[in-house]
Design a protein around this ligand. Structure first.
Ligand code: ZN
Length: 413
C-alpha cells in the first residue's frame, strides 16, 4: 500500500506536466510564428514572424498558446527577421528596423475574438519581451488586433442582415481563390445616379490590421442612429472594402513590398492582383457615371508615427476642380482629430513612374474633375491601437465626409 502510494506520488508530477504541456499553434487564419525556443519551466517562448519575404515584409506575428500554467507569468520573446525586403524606390534590398515587428504593447485575447493590449514590452538585447499574467490556460497574442478574411465576411453579412439599406457583395476573388467581401450602403429613394459615391478601402498592406478596424468603425457609424451618419447614407452611396489583400492576410504574411509588387503599387492599367482590378472596374464605372467623389485608402504608418496622418496630393496632380475640396477635407479632418500630420505627395525624384501606380494617384487620374482621394494612416504603436481606438478614427473620418458633402449640398441652388 505504501509502496503503491509512493509510486503514484512519483508518477503524478509528470502526469500533470503532460496535461499542461505548453504549446504554440499558428495553424489558423492569419497565424504566423516560428518557435525558436520554448522553456516549459519558466514558461518562456521565443518566436520570430514566419512570413515569406516574397509575400511581403515579415513583421506580422500571431500565435495561440495552450497548456499555460496560470500560477506563473507567461513570457513571449519576439525576435526580428533579418531578411532583406525590396525597396521600390532604389530597386535594392533593405532591412527593416526592429520597430516594425515590435509593438510597444502586443495584442492579447482570452477568447480569440476580443482584443486588448498587454503591458508594455521590454527590449532586452535582440528581443522584445512581453510578459502576461495568464488567467486562462489558452490565450492569443499578436502584433496587433487581427482582422481576417473570415472576420470581413462575417462583418459585411452581419451589417447587411441587420440593416435593410446595407447590402453585402463580393468584390471579386483573389489570385488564390478567396472571396473579397464588401458593403454597399445607401438609404432612401434617391436614385443611385444622383448620389456621390464614396469608396473606402482597407488593407492594401496585409499586416496593417488597423486599416480594417478603421474601415469597419466607419461602417458601424454609418449604419447607426447618428444624425450625420443618417444624412450621409440618405444622400450618398458608400462602398466599404474592409480587407482587400485577403490572400496575404489569410497566410499571415506582411503583403507590403511583396512580389511582384504590393497591392498599393499595383494600380496600373494591368494590375497583377484580381482584387485590385475588381476595385478599379467599379471605380471606373462610378467615374463614368460622373459620381466618383471621395476615395479613402486606410493604412497604418511607420512605428514611430504617433499622429493621425494623411498623404495630401500636391495641386499639380489633382483633378481640375478638386484642389479646393481637398483642402477643405483636410481642414475637416483637422477639426475631427484636433491635428493632422500632412505628408505632401508627388512623384518621387528617384522613380517618378512609381507614383502613377499607387492607388490614390490612379483613382485621381481615372475619375472625375472634382474627385478627391487620400491615403490615411492611423497610428498603431499607441494605447489607441485597439479595435475601439481604431473605430473612433473611423467615426471621425465618416463625420468629415458628411460635413464636406453636406456643406456642398447646402451651397447648391
Ligand atoms: Zn500601408
Amino acid at each position: 500500500m505504501i509502496k503503491q502510494f509512493l509510486l503514484s506520488f512519483l508518477i503524478l508530477p509528470s502526469c500533470i506536466a503532460i496535461g499542461q504541456e505548453l504549446k504554440v499553434a499558428t495553424n489558423f487564419e492569419s497565424g504566423s510564428a516560428r518557435v525558436l525556443s520554448l522553456d516549459q519551466q519558466t514558461q518562456t517562448i521565443r518566436i520570430t514572424p514566419a512570413g515569406d519575404p516574397k509575400r511581403g515584409i515579415p513583421n506580422w506575428w500571431y500565435v495561440r498558446i495552450d497548456g499555460i500554467n496560470t500560477t506563473i507569468p507567461l513570457v513571449l520573446e519576439v525576435e526580428v527577421r533579418e531578411d532583406l525586403i525590396p525597396d521600390e524606390l532604389t530597386g535594392q534590398g533593405k532591412k527593416t528596423s526592429p520597430g516594425w515587428t515590435w509593438p510597444a504593447q502586443a495584442a492579447l485575447s482570452l477568447d480569440g475574438k476580443t482584443w486588448k493590449q498587454t503591458a508594455e514590452g521590454q527590449k532586452i538585447n535582440n528581443r522584445m519581451v512581453y510578459q502576461v499574467q495568464p488567467a486562462t490556460g489558452t490565450l492569443w497574442l499578436a502584433w496587433g488586433p487581427p482582422f481576417t478574411p473570415t472576420d470581413a465576411l462575417n462583418f459585411v453579412n452581419r451589417i447587411s442582415q441587420t440593416y435593410s439599406f446595407a447590402k453585402a457583395f463580393i468584390l471579386g476573388r483573389s489570385l488564390e481563390g478567396r472571396q473579397v467581401p464588401a458593403l454597399q450602403i445607401a438609404e432612401g429613394s434617391k436614385p443611385a445616379d444622383q448620389r456621390p459615391a464614396i469608396w473606402i478601402s482597407a488593407r492594401h498592406h496585409a499586416w496593417e490590421c488597423g486599416g480594417s478596424w478603421v474601415g469597419t468603425g466607419l461602417a458601424e457609424w454609418l449604419v447607426s442612429d447618428n444624425q450625420q451618419a443618417r444624412w450621409l447614407r440618405q444622400h450618398a452611396e458608400i462602398f466599404v472594402v474592409p480587407l482587400l489583400d485577403v490572400d496575404h492576410v489569410a497566410t499571415g504574411d506582411g503583403g507590403k513590398h511583396g512580389e511582384p509588387q504590393d497591392h498599393n503599387l499595383d494600380w496600373s492599367d494591368q494590375p497583377h492582383w484580381p482584387e485590385v482590378a475588381a476595385a478599379q472596374k467599379r471605380i471606373l464605372a462610378l467615374a463614368n457615371e460622373g459620381r466618383m467623389n471621395i476615395f479613402l485608402d486606410l493604412h497604418n504608418p511607420a512605428p514611430g508615427n504617433k499622429q493621425q496622418t494623411a498623404y495630401v496630393i500636391e495641386k499639380a496632380y489633382m483633378p481640375e476642380k478638386a484642389d479646393p475640396r481637398k483642402l477643405r477635407f483636410v481642414d475637416l479632418m483637422i477639426e475631427e482629430f484636433g491635428g493632422l500630420k500632412q505628408n505632401p505627395a508627388r512623384p518621387p525624384a528617384e522613380n517618378p513612374a512609381l507614383f502613377h501606380r499607387v492607388s490614390v494617384p490612379w483613382v485621381l487620374e481615372h475619375s472625375n474633375s472634382n474627385t478627391i482621394a487620400f491615403c490615411i494612416e492611423t497610428p498603431w504603436n499607441t494605447p489607441s491601437g485597439t479595435p475601439e481606438g481604431y473605430g473612433i478614427v473611423g467615426q471621425k473620418l465618416g463625420s468629415a465626409v458628411e460635413k464636406l458633402l453636406r456643406e456642398e449640398a447646402e451651397k447648391q441652388p
